[in-house]
Design a protein around this ligand. Structure first.
Ligand code: NAP
Length: 255
């Protein structure tokens, strides 16, 4: 049983892991034995996150790059190739939110949200998967979806389209890569207490709506996503492919 979820000897890249859900997932994978590579857009905050992991006794390194920039992503993988670092587990977590009604949304903002939340998963996974396929040792890809992978809400149209796309991109990855022993799955978090939601957490009406709509009657915590991430990163999920697991306190289960 203990080996089922053991990530010892594996290296995991978690995008957008300088803070929030990504940092919690990085800590969780490290706790399960993985060597973790942290990422974000800023070298200083990535270095601070690596230092926090080091202080906890975890094996962590970091590399700042923009996941929407295919050249920056290619450079990062080329450096890891040079250093003999192989990514066994990829968590596509980097994301942004931007709230505006569709009729007021500028194309540039639509594009930025789609690029960061959806296209980035294609860019980073392409680099990771072609190396996993060439090594012949399989691998794990975990994409981060959302409740909006299933349902829409006003003012987050681009985010909803991107996270719906994440669900189908995950299936497309499975269709192409399952035969190479790569399991690609997704996690759909409910409303989680992070910086991304700070304005909503402080909005009494929204806070009350979250608590009254969710059968668990509360927001989720980033660390509550760790169990599912470790499961989907480990041999325990060796025949699970193309799925999205909602970690939402039961939100999608009720009317
Ligand atoms: N919080 C929720 O309730 C919730 C619910 C469902 C899904 N999610 C998803 O979970 C993921 C993490 O969300 P979160 O709440 O933890 O967000 P967060 O606290 O705002 O953190 C986002 C992280 O993504 C990084 N990032 C953003 N754009 C990037 C880019 N272009 N390149 C590299 N890194 C980038 C940020 O880096 P910097 O620190 O450098 O800015 C940061 O580390 C996102 O995909 C989000 O859509 C969140």
């Amino acid at each position: 049983m203990s080996t089922l979820f053991d990530l010892s000897g594996r290296t995991a890249l978690v995008t957008g892991s300088a803070r929030g859900i990504g940092f919690a997932l990085a800590q969780g994978l490290a706790n399960a034995g993985a060597a973790v590579i942290l990422n974000g857009t800023r070298a200083d905050t990535v270095a601070e996150a690596v230092a926090r992991m080091d202080a906890q006794g975890f094996a962590a390194t970091g590399r700042a790059f923009d996941v929407t920039n295919e050249h920056a992503v290619a450079d990062a993988f080329a450096q890891w190739d040079h250093d003999g670092v192989h990514i066994d587990i990829l968590i596509n977590n980097a994301g942004i939110q931007f709230r505006k009604p569709l009729v007021e949304l500028e194309l540039s903002d639509w594009q930025r949200v789609i690029d960061t939340n959806l296209t980035s998963a294609f860019i980073v996974s392409k680099e990771a998967a072609k190396r996993m396929i060439a090594r012949g040792s399989g691998g794990k890809i975990v994409n981060i979806g959302s409740l909006t992978s299933e349902g829409a809400r006003a003012t987050v149209g681009a985010y909803t389209a991107a996270k719906g796309g994440i669900k189908m991109l995950t299936r497309a990855m499975s269709a192409e890569w399952a035969a190479s022993n790569i399991q690609a799955n997704a996690i759909g978090p409910g409303y989680i207490l992070t910086d991304m939601n700070q304005a909503l957490i402080e909005n009494a009406a929204f806070d009350a709506w979250v608590k009254s709509s969710n059968p668990s009657q509360r927001w989720g915590k980033p660390e509550e996503l760790v169990g599912t991430a470790v499961y989907l990163s480990s041999s325990a999920s060796s025949y699970v492919n193309g799925q999205i697991i909602y970690v939402d306190g039961g939100w999608l289960a009720v009317l």
